[in-house]
Design a protein around this ligand. Structure first.
Ligand code: HMG
Ligand code: MG
Length: 315
């Protein structure tokens, strides 16, 4: 307890080189929970989604329609979408790898999907059971049909900043994969640092390569895992370049079951603290979000790795 002290707040100082507003694309329920050893009950997932939306997050990735044997943690996707309570004005995208996944997503009434490509050959094989080229053949009919149905389509690119099997990944290779997804019809590209090895100058190099390949900065979102503590610095670098959509995960939940060295994403609370300090609008109630992550940590039986959650939960 804080003995009557007001809770800590960052001093607000605007930086005119940064955007006025950022869209936080919340991935905790999908990227976070897909990596839990235990399967979280569907009622807990539904409550998590509702709390995240009530905390002011406007884009809350809900789950994945992938093969249930590949990601058993999210095998209840259809049940979840049937039973969850949606908050008005909130967008609930889901991951879809192929046409079978799209069929399932459409049957569940989904309006926004995300396909997920790999920048590297090895991860395409491990995560999608496809070669680098075959992944595009799998995604093309998904994107085409989704667009015909009026869905929004995000395209993730994984391993943009390094691959645990292949090592360094050339920025030009990332840009080439990203460009193919945009040409295929993706509205937005999310550049994933799946294993968290990127650093700020590397972010600049990848964004330069994307720009050189004709991808507009407004189409780009960033998706940083915080394995080496670089996620917030990398995010700030991307904001300075004009990126206005940032992926983050409540409480820093996360990882990827097919990339063992991946740990949690940038914690949404840590991002919100930084945005608050720089006067950048985001719409999230930080106290409500910390309460949500503290509740979720209790469900999972271990504390949140987020610095801001730890600081505020005990202040
Ligand atoms: P596959 O084994 O090659 O599948 O897996 P297939 O196309 O050969 O089909 C085999 C059987 O699976 C068929 O059934 C299909 O119907 C069925 P059968 O005819 O034999 O009875 N099937 C499905 N069933 C339900 N839903 C489906 C589905 N698809 C096929 N969607 C596949 C290929 C892509 C399906 C598999 O590799 C897969 O599900 N991979 C998903 C892996 C995953 O979810 N990884 C985590 C997300 S990516 C991530 O976390 C990174 C990110 O956060 C960004 C970052 O950090 O970089 C996004
Ligand atoms: Mg991820």
């Amino acid at each position: 307890m804080n003995g009557g002290r007001a809770r800590a707040l960052p001093m607000v100082i605007r930086d005119p080189a940064l955007p006025d507003e950022v869209t936080i694309y919340e991935v905790g329920a999908r990227d976070g929970l897909q990596n839990e050893a235990a399967v979280v009950p569907v009622e807990v997932k539904a409550e998590f989604l509702q709390r995240l939306a009530r905390a002011g997050l406007k884009v809350v990735e809900a789950t994945s329609f992938v093969h249930p044997r590949w990601v058993p943690q999210l095998a209840d996707a259809a049940d979840l979408l049937r039973t969850m309570v949606r908050v008005d004005g909130v967008d609930y995208p889901v991951l879809v790898p192929n046409e079978r996944g799209l069929d399932r997503a459409l049957a569940a009434g989904v309006r926004h999907i995300a396909i997920f490509a790999s920048a590297t050959e090895t991860f395409a094989k491990r995560n999608l059971n496809r070669t680098l080229d075959e992944q595009f053949a799998m995604f093309a009919p998904v994107v085409e049909r989704a667009r015909m149905e009026g869905l929004r389509v995000r395209g993730y690119v994984s391993m943009c900043f390094g691959d645990p099997w292949e090592g360094a990944v050339a920025p030009a290779q990332v840009a080439a994969v990203g460009r193919r997804l945009v040409e295929m019809g993706c509205d937005q590209l999310s550049l994933g640092d799946t294993i968290g090895t990127g650093t700020p100058a590397h972010v600049d190099a990848v964004l330069d390569a994307c720009a050189a390949d004709g991808v507009r900065i407004r189409q780009i979102a960033v998706h940083f895992h915080d394995t080496y503590g670089q996620a917030l610095a990398n995010t700030l670098t991307a904001l300075r370049r004009g990126v206005t959509t940032v992926d983050a995960s409540a409480g820093g939940l996360g990882g990827c079951p097919y990339a063992e060295s991946a740990t949690g994403n940038l914690a949404t609370e840590d991002l919100v603290w930084m945005l608050d300090g720089m006067g950048i609008r985001h719409g999230v109630d930080l106290d409500a979000l910390v309460a949500t992550s503290t509740w979720m940590a209790a469900q999972l039986g271990r504390p949140s790795p987020s610095n801001v959650v730890r600081a505020l939960a005990h202040s």
